[in-house]
Write a new protein. Structure first.
Length: 161
């Protein structure tokens, strides 16, 4: 699962969540290399022919567009959420792709966990409500993972009270 619990000193618990990253840096290099080779292969028939210079810009543009799209997707998946639970404070920090952070804190006694089976942007939408705000957590997880996260988070919050 793309999240992990870690215990720290005392009763505090920490949860770290991240979206799936199925394409590693090495996989990216291989994919772009193979794509470039396979799209250039038909151009070998045109070597020495003036049509090559008409087709070459389109092949280069196609490979560049694939490269740009994969890089943009990787930047957008660079999200990390960190939840810290202790007896006196619940803190959620979201590290967004461009380095901006969003922070939410509340007293664990007043925090309410909501799991919306329907009616949210995704099925089994998990939110924490407290300190006058409702914040989402783990929206990038799969449906089964959000269900499991809701159960684990509920048990952890119950143990804090």
């Amino acid at each position: 699962m793309p999240y992990e619990w870690s215990a720290s000193d005392g009763d505090a618990r920490h949860l770290r969540l991240w979206p799936y990253r199925s394409l590693s840096q090495t996989g990216f290099v291989w994919f772009i290399g193979i794509t470039a080779a396979l799209t250039a292969l038909p151009l070998l028939m045109m070597v020495g022919h003036p049509v090559l210079w008409g087709l070459l810009p389109f092949v280069v543009a196609a490979v560049a567009a694939i490269w740009w799209a994969l890089r943009a997707n990787a930047r957008n998946r660079a999200v990390v959420e960190e939840l810290s639970l202790s007896r006196d404070r619940v803190t959620l920090v979201r590290h967004n792709p461009r380095g901006r952070q969003q922070r939410w804190q509340a007293n664990p006694f007043w925090v309410r966990l909501n799991v919306y089976a329907t009616g949210g942007p995704v099925p089994y939408y998990v939110t924490l409500n407290g300190n006058g705000r409702e914040v989402e957590i783990g929206a990038f997880l799969s449906e089964d993972e959000r269900v499991a996260l809701g159960r684990e988070l509920g048990a952890c919050l119950s143990a804090l009270r």
